[in-house]
Design a protein around this ligand. Structure first.
Ligand code: G6P
Length: 614
């Protein structure tokens, strides 16, 4: 969702905030704004529709002085992306400025009350209501800014990460969070605020993650103080981050997405490092071993996730049911949280989330915990809310994923699910040890096999030229490759805006086949696995209707190559690891089609990387 950044210290704030906004732009990018207090105590706000680069242009020639400031890059929830709705927002007197990530659910009631008291609104946002409320409370009760923020947040229903500054007080920022992430960076006599650590890491690796309903009072030349909304003082451990700046750079690639696709072999090696030791025939996921009894006795596993992570969950279902013999159900977090689900004692919930901040998944976890479930998280972002709110879990360890369309995080989720399933299968003895060892060995070969697929990038790029102007796409797969078809279609939609549907191949004849003609490209995942013969029949059905087939086939394939119009080869592997390979060419195909269409690949329209509102 939105990205927020703040600075107070001895340096000029503007360049730090702008750089921070660029790093956070993947969170939202329909408008951007900045508030600065200049050396004479004036509070200046500059904001505009568009990207951070538009904001920089807008600020040219303006007073951008000051060593304290807050800034925001927006993903619209209330009100269209325009100058007025961009953050920061002033209060009525223009003495206060606020940036906000999240949603104030009861904003309309509060707004009505404030309008009756003579407050004027200049935007359609829920955020403006919050800053007006803070000012109203501050004036009415004649209290300081922090107390006013505490009292106002006590009246608010919803999610927020906020930062507030006050005209005439260049020495203080008040920040607070509930259900939206907020990190405080501790520098040398300077402090930073970020929606995540990416705008901070260049200056300090020492951070504090605020908890829900906590407020940070950040004063120049003083230790930050953390209190709750109810004014209970809190102490927090300072965490040393291991993030490096190069992980946040494109390193010569034209887009983060391409960099992240090409990083996959090494990131999967990172993901397995210290967990899989083929020479010692070892597989260790401490999150499982520490709760061995729970996994040993699990009666059912529920996987909860959204978007691409949900697709990983579907593959996890096939894998866990096949090799661990535990029934698995996969559900969208957004559905689960609102339908009074049944949780049995002994159920295990696995929550999958790249960002670890997805609001629906967080809420679904809470629901599951309240009903007594043991919750295991698979997250990428270290220290994220989901990682902190689950009983146990495993990080995917692939470093920051900046491209909005998820790539390396997805394959790493599959890798963690594979390790998890192998761990559980070994504990439960559901498949022979020799089979476990074969699979373990094969898993470690996956990064090299992905490297081989990446060598086909040039030919996939050429293939993409043929399909750049298609209006629709169908993706088909069966068994383990059915979720791959869903993910392939999602990737294409997200970044090229071409309509695409994924289906289990056999379902095609129950509807989608009506769409097939000589203009319809059909991507079929047809690797040499248990479903191979069946998928060949599905390809024949498409060809009989003049559809154009792009098939993902095994290097050893001899049959599909003669029927399909175009083929992309992948190495063979165990059926259950097929998605780790077949996903790669689909990522590249989407990427190149989107580039051909001159789409903004890393920041596709209307999307956001981390969806912290429901
Ligand atoms: C957003 C992102 C997707 C992601 C989904 C779930 O929609 O654009 O790429 O798959 O959220 O996010 P999570 O962080 O929970 O995996």
């Amino acid at each position: 969702m939105c990205g927020i950044v703040g600075y107070i210290g001895h340096q000029e704030a503007y360049p730090i905030l702008i750089k921070g906004l660029h790093r956070l732009e993947y969170r939202g990018y329909d408008s951007a704004g900045i508030a600065l207090i200049n050396p004479t105590g004036e509070l200046n706000i500059y904001k505009t529709k568009g990207r951070v680069s538009d904001l920089e242009e807008f600020c040219t020639g303006k007073d951008i002085s000051g060593t304290i400031g807050i800034a925001h890059t927006r993903w619209a929830t209330h009100g269209e992306p325009n100058n007025a709705n961009a953050h920061p927002h002033y209060s009525e007197s223009e003495n206060l400025a606020l940036i906000h990530n999240g949603i104030i659910e009861n904003y309309s009631v509060l707004k009505e009350q404030l309008v009756q008291k003579g407050y004027h609104f200049h935007s359609q946002t829920d955020t403006e209501v919050l800053i007006q409320l803070i000012e109203y409370i501050k004036t009415l009760n004649n209290v300081d800014l922090c107390t006013a923020v505490q009292l106002a947040l006590g009246q608010v229903i919803g999610a927020y990460a906020i930062a507030v500054m006050e005209k005439g007080n260049p020495n203080q920022i008040i920040a607070a969070r509930k259900s939206s992430p907020l990190v405080l960076g501790i520098g040398d006599n300077e402090f930073f605020i970020g929606s995540d650590a990416s705008p901070i890491i260049e200056f300090t690796n020492k951070v504090i993650y605020l908890e829900d309903e906590e407020i940070a009072i950040i004063k120049r030349n003083e230790e930050p103080k953390i209190v709750t909304i109810g004014n209970v003082e809190k102490t927090h451990e300072i965490i040393q981050l291991e993030l490096s700046l190069s992980q946040l750079e494109k390193e010569g690639y034209p887009h983060f997405m391409l960099k992240e696709i090409f990083e996959q072999p090494n990131r999967l090696r990172d993901c397995m490092r210290g967990r899989v030791d083929v020479t010692g025939n070892h597989i260790v996921l401490s999150g499982i071993i520490d709760y061995r009894e729970k996994f040993l006795n699990a009666k059912r596993i529920l996987i909860l996730a959204c978007g691409t992570s949900w697709h990983a969950g579907l593959i996890g279902e096939y894998l866990i049911e096949e090799i661990c013999r535990i029934p698995v159900e996969v559900e969208y977090s957004s559905e689960f949280r609102y339908r009074n689900p049944i949780i049995y004692p002994g159920d295990i919930v696995i929550a999958i989330s790249q960002s670890g901040e997805t609001a629906d998944t967080l809420a679904a976890i809470e629901q599951a915990k309240q009903q007594g479930a043991f919750v295991y998280g698979i997250c990428n972002v270290v220290g994220s809310s989901i990682a902190r709110n689950t009983h146990s879990g495993s990080y995917t360890h692939v470093g920051p994923e900046i491209g909005v369309a998820s790539t390396k995080a997805f394959t790493a989720q599959l890798c963690v699910l594979a390790m998890l399933a192998l761990c559980i299968a070994r504990e439960r003895k559901t498949i022979p040890e020799t089979h476990i060892l074969e699979l373990l060995n094969e898993l470690t070969r996956i990064p090299n096999k992905i490297e081989r697929i990446l060598q086909s990038d040039d030919s996939i790029q050429k293939l993409s030229n043929i399909f750049t102007y298609a209006h629709n796409f169908i993706y088909l797969g069966r068994g383990y490759n059915y979720p791959v078809a869903l993910e392939g279609a999602l990737k294409l939609k997200e970044i090229s805006y071409i309509h695409a549907e994924g289906y289990p191949a056999a379902e095609m004849k129950h509807g989608p086949i009506a769409l097939i003609d000589n203009e319809m490209p059909v991507v079929v995942v047809a690797t040499d696995n248990d479903m191979y013969e069946k998928v060949i029949s599905n390809i024949q059905e498409i060809k009989a209707r003049n559809g154009r087939v792009i098939a993902i086939v095994s290097e050893s394939d001899t049959v599909v190559k003669t029927i399909a119009d175009y083929v992309i080869e992948v190495p063979t592997t165990a059926d259950c690891f097929d998605p780790l390979l077949t996903t790669i060419p689909l990522q590249l195909l989407s990427y190149h089609i989107a580039v051909n269409k001159r789409r903004d690949v890393d920041m596709p329209r209307n999307l956001a990387k981390s969806v912290t509102v429901e």
